[in-house]
Write a protein that binds this ligand. Structure first.
Ligand SMILES: Cc1cc2nc3c(=O)[nH]c(=O)nc-3n(C[C@H](O)[C@H](O)[C@H](O)COP(=O)(O)O)c2cc1C
Length: 255
């Protein structure tokens, strides 16, 4: 074969080889870029995901300094449900009110508000359809006794439609006739507490918790009812802020 032809063939082979090499390098760079892009994409996606979570967290986080108390919504995970009747009989002994910013709160209501401020929880006030007489102590006492004798289930005004959203539920009540007010039985029987973490808080006129922790624990036997219940004697309401904070720390709700 002519020497020139051989040189030509070698030159063509070299050119082809160089071309293939160049194409390979370009491709591999592209592919690296793609990988980077896809990794960045993943990261971005993760970041986006994280951002989404953050946004969701921001949604979930309820600023406790907000003036408007959070309403029950599908975003909350902690619920404070309580019954309280601020008695306004005009006699200091029988009144069960704490005045905060000019508003008369029931003793248990005051504790509920303090728990809410620490936790950002949603709050549900258990209100009866019937009207309790809050300006006549004796009438209220007699009514409550009759309800207890009849094992009554006073009807509650409204129902929590998204109860399943809450995994931590604080339940608050005053002691009535050494027991739960009957409307608490209505409340406990209205929802499925299976798997819920339940914390109890109560105010009283001297009876302490009066066995109500066992009563609720037995009733909600598919829930985790914490045995460390909060109790406060009605004459010591000024201690509530400190006592509530101490309790919430004890039960690991706040640091
Ligand atoms: C109908 C009725 C029955 C009560 N029975 C008891 C009782 O048996 N033992 C007790 O320690 N306090 C009793 N109390 C006092 C309340 O538990 C106490 O005043 C409580 O702090 C009221 O809370 P509230 O303001 O959130 O409704 C009774 C109060 C009422 C209105």
């Amino acid at each position: 074969m002519n020497k020139n032809i051989i040189i030509g063939i070698i030159a063509v082979i070299i050119i082809i080889a160089v071309s293939i090499g160049a194409i390979f390098i370009v491709n591999s760079n592209n592919s690296k870029d793609n990988n980077n892009t896809s990794q960045n994409g993943l990261n971005t996606e993760n970041e986006n995901n994280n951002k989404t979570n953050v946004v969701e967290n921001e949604d979930n986080t309820i600023d406790i300094s907000e003036e408007n108390k959070p309403e029950i919504s599908s975003t909350g995970k902690i619920l404070v449900a309580y019954f309280s009747l601020p008695e306004t009989t005009g006699t200091a002994k029988e009144d069960s009110t704490v005045t905060v910013n000019g508003e008369n709160l029931g003793n248990t209501q005051y504790v509920a508000n303090l728990i809410q401020e620490h936790t950002g929880a949603d709050v549900f006030r258990i209100e009866a359809v019937k009207q309790y007489n809050i300006s006549d102590h004796q009438a209220l006492i007699d009514d409550a006794k009759e309800e207890q004798n009849n094992d009554a289930r006073p009807e509650i005004k409204s129902k929590i439609s998204n109860f399943e959203d809450y995994d931590t539920i604080f339940i608050g009540y005053p002691i009535w006739w050494s027991d739960l007010p009957q409307i608490l039985y209505t409340f406990l029987e209205s929802y499925d507490f299976t798997g819920k973490n339940v914390y109890l808080f109560s105010t009283n006129g001297g009876s302490g918790l009066a066995g109500t922790v066992s009563t609720i624990t037995n009733k909600l036997n598919t829930a985790n009812v914490n045995s460390n219940a909060f109790k406060l004697y009605r004459n010591n309401m000024e201690d509530a802020p400190e006592e509530v904070e101490t309790w919430l720390k004890q039960i690991d709700i706040i640091d």
